[in-house]
Ligand binder design. Sequence first.
Ligand code: NAD
Ligand code: UDP
Length: 308
Amino acid sequence: MRILVTGGAGFIGSHLIDRLMEQGHEVLCLDNFYTGHKRNILKWFGNPYFELIRHDITEPIRLEVDQIYHLACPASPIHYQFNPVKTIKVNVLGTLYMLGLAKRVNARILLASTSEVYGDPDVHPQPEEYRGNVSCTGLRACYDEGKRVAETLAFEYHREHKTDIRVARIFNTYGPRMLENDGRVVSNFIVQALKGKPLTVYGDGSQTRSFCYVSDLVEGLMRLMNGDYIGPINLGNPGEYTILELAQMIQGMINPDTELVYKPLPQDDPKQRQPDITKAKTYLGWEPTIPLKEGLELAIKDFRERVS
Ligand code: NAD
Ligand code: UDP
């Protein structure tokens, strides 16, 4: 098949491309390199089944493809808040253009949505039926509300034009190739510990997240794309940890002498987050296989090669 991956030079996109290339597909990687990097896809340069398209998703594009994994969008708060209006354009215009492309060429399109559509959830763990608790004016809204509109667009294209959609709600994912300056908690703590700097815990560290290793997530995305269930469907690891527990775990794994420092909690930071993955188990036969400690070891190994 000929498969387009938007955001393919990014963290999740590049791991997905590795799997698709290994399966013998023809892969088109579309990226503007905002948070993605050529080194993530370097090994496919020169392969006749791989094509790199430097393009900004907020402009339309015409391509002939069978499937579209639509991942283009900065995922880390510091990057999506750097230019919030652009983040909204990426989610609204970018998704609109990709759905238009899918409609025109009759391609199946998978939207990478997010657990952020649940906002600061007051239902725990979060099932797909939960409608969320999102601020439409806060600092995270450009991303949260952007993704909510992206989901709405996908379902309206499906209802109105019979576009073949899949919608994944991805929970916190980590692993090799996260940027050193990504700003997300796992990469921050690993880089800080490797550099012997204090680990920056925001708030009192009692807020929780559930961390999924990237290969598990990619497997879930591919099962969703190639199955019959359209979603929305939660993809994430139900193992829930406080941020303080995560800091202590990484501290213990890299350098027990590093300190923890407490910094103010960012605005609208969700207090708790854990996916209910009943649907993913039922419809995709999917659940994560890599426990946090094992995945962190793999991520730490990758960061050690880059950080000195
Ligand atoms: P990432 O920042 O590493 O990747 C995003 C990619 O999109 C980058 O390569 C970036 O250059 C590209 N991009 C950004 N704006 C673009 C534009 N205007 N035109 C073309 N390309 C553009 O992030 P990631 O962690 O790999 O996330 C991938 C997708 O998964 C995103 O849609 C994100 O919202 C979603 N997601 C990720 C997580 C997570 O924990 N990693 C959680 C929920 C949802
Ligand atoms: N966080 C932290 N220290 C950091 C970076 C993040 O304590 O250096 C916290 C952040 O406040 C949030 C959690 O870790 O409660 C996860 O943050 P991240 O940005 O990784 O993801 P998101 O908030 O989007 O789930």
